[in-house]
Ligand binder design. Sequence first.
Ligand code: SAM
Length: 359
Amino acid sequence: MSRRFEDDGKSVEEARFAAQRLAFGPLMFQATRALQRFGVLGLAKNRGRSGVSAVEVEAAIEPLSLYASRQLLEAGLAAELFVLRGEQFVLTTVGYLLLTDPMTRANTDFVADVCYEGMAKLGDSLLSGKPEGLSVFGEHRTVYDALVDLPEPVRQSWFAFDHFYSSGVFAAALPIVFDPKPKTILELGGNTGKWERACCEYDADVQLTMLDLPGQLQTAEENFRTWGIADRVTSHPVDFLDPSVPFPEGHDVLWLSQFLDCFAEPVIVNILERCGQAMGPESRLYILEAYWDQQEHTAAQFCIINLSLYFAALANGTSKMMHSDRMRDCIRQAGLELVGEPTSIGMSHTLMRVRVPAS
Ligand SMILES: C[S@@+](CC[C@H](N)C(=O)[O-])C[C@H]1O[C@@H](n2cnc3c(N)ncnc32)[C@H](O)[C@@H]1O
């Protein structure tokens, strides 16, 4: 084959194989899920370097026939979860990660339970600007309106995915947000209230206000009672898509974590404008997001770009994970200004500090 395209360092054979991985990707994914679910990966891990044969899988895992065992082990070989030593399938590092790595588990469960079926409607969603794939869970405007009603394990996988990424950076963000110490914090889109809990545990005096859709507030308020912080957090139902709704004023800090990526750019600008109207000259607004251009590891960039596709087909049809320049532009358009350089604070996230410019 002649070299007519950009040389990405792959041989023609490697490129051909990469193309087949895409062609058969959904089949490999389902086989991987079955290997996890039936405990074949776990069995192979326990056997270490001796690995497992199809006969041993059939004997050890009750419902699996010899046919099913062979199917799964061979699929795992193609997916590079095993290497073959004689009759024995030995777990690879990829197989080990699929079994034990919490991030891989959160991603795999999210793709299987939340995304898989609806992603078939990606093309339709890109054309209509609506999350057409969400119809697999009933009639909803956005995934956020659907959250309270999602069936299990869909709901559990959505929350586990969301929390995995944001809660993992709270510890790094808290010392920054609490220097200087705020008396009051307003969170937009607080979801289950984990940030409020982290702040109350970090500082004995801070008072918080949380805004979100009514369905999410029900869960959050229950959580606040359980965690014993109900007297320190006030919550208000809002629909951020309604541009006429002003935000509560008088807070030292405004906290927007994994939140602005839920909206189309014109809506982001409008939300930031309303933040600006609620802020005083000393207020600090923090935006915590993962930007696809700010990633040290190719794997992180890969995950973030894939997440954008979920936003198109299932979440709302209009938003995506952003390039950091797009966020800078939204901040500027909203009449606000970035303070200093954004900070990279782990788990692929960047923290931007924003203020109302001095007039
Ligand atoms: C991805 S979650 C982020 C949750 C949390 N801030 C975190 O860092 O884990 C986005 C939150 O924004 C809320 N949200 C999205 N669209 C909304 C809307 N139109 N009105 C009110 N809240 C909305 C969702 O309900 C959800 O709780």
